[in-house]
Design a protein around this ligand. Sequence first.
Ligand SMILES: [Fe+2]
Length: 451
Amino acid sequence: MSDESLPPDLQQMAADLNQAQQHFQQARTEWERQAAQLAEARDRLADMEERNRSLTLALETSRGQMAAERQRAQAHQERGDRLAHILQQLHRAVARGNVHQWILQACLSITQASRGLYLTADGPQGALRVRAAVEMDGYPDAAPSERILALCHPVLETGETSVFRHPTDLAGLPGPWRPSEEFPNCVAAPVVLMKKARGVILVAQKRDGTFDDDDVQTLLHIGDEAAAALENETLRRQLQDAYLATVRVLSDAMEVKDPYTQGHSDMVSRYADRIALHLGLSEYDRSIVSYAALLHDIGKIGVSDGVLNKPGPLLPEERALVRSHVRVGADLLRHVPVLDPVAEVVLHHHEWYDGSGYPDGLQGEDIPIGARIVSVVDAYSAMITRRSYKEPYPETRAREELRACARIQFDPRVVEAFLAVLDEPEDEEGEGGTGHDDRLRPLEALFQRHA
Ligand SMILES: [Fe+2]
């Protein structure tokens, strides 16, 4: 049935209905489109939330890791700082000589261990000797027990560190000699000197927990540094001994050349040191004075015996030759760098306080104090000594000459100090003794300043 067959009002209703249906269809399509968009937006939002959650989680993990990392770095930094401080102290301890106890204390402190031993392998057999002990009954005086030997021998033989983290690790060792040897954990590290394990540092009974890899590394580090410091010290002592031997040879050569001066240099050196002590000079200056006094006439090696021992007055050229001994001597000593300040004193030991001496005509305080001291004692010694061309002066006359020449030839303060020293009993040298071989002060002070 066509619409034209319907009455007009029905036709209108049908048309309206049709239009309404079209609107409804459009609205539905639009609703479905929006619903789809909404669903898509929801999905995206869910994705974003998920990503956000993951990121937050990752961020928190990363924050935790960073905090842990920071803590570790700080712990390492603190450990590094302590280690650096300890190593700095170590080199000083080596110079002072009480190095074993010091190294052991440092190892215990940095590994938080309660007790320990420092042992060295001495002699051709490499017998172990306890050099330092902390909280270990009977040590360091006692010989190492079977248990300690069993802990240390493998370390010496292999050069490797032994770590015993738990009491069960120590079960196979001989029993403890004293209760203090019964510790729950320990580390035994080698001290390698000249490429050979020559000592063992044993640290035991960590205060908290047991020893970790950091402790082992730290011990090895300290062991290496200790070894390097000890090697340096050994070489330094050998070098000092070589220098001392050189000084002895020079001094002996001079006395062989001029038998009249036998004992003269020793005497000048001994008195010069006592004057330096009396005047309150530093250890360094006393060493300079002492060596300069011993070697002050070394330049006479280059002057012929005929001129040196000539009875009667010298010709001008002979006098010039004798005077050259100050420069010859100073040049000779300057070849040994550590004796350079000694050379300066040797150069000026014939300067006069009033400026009329040689070689540079220095005056008063411009003359090195060592040279002013040597000058006084040298003159006194020459006066009381018999020479081929003169009889010895009596001591009282020699003293009068010194007083008479104060302010002209000699520093009056040094003359007074010397006369006071002469009146002291011989054995009152106090710390002014001339060192381990009774002739020479140790070169220690000169070396320390030179380094
Ligand atoms: Fe001289």
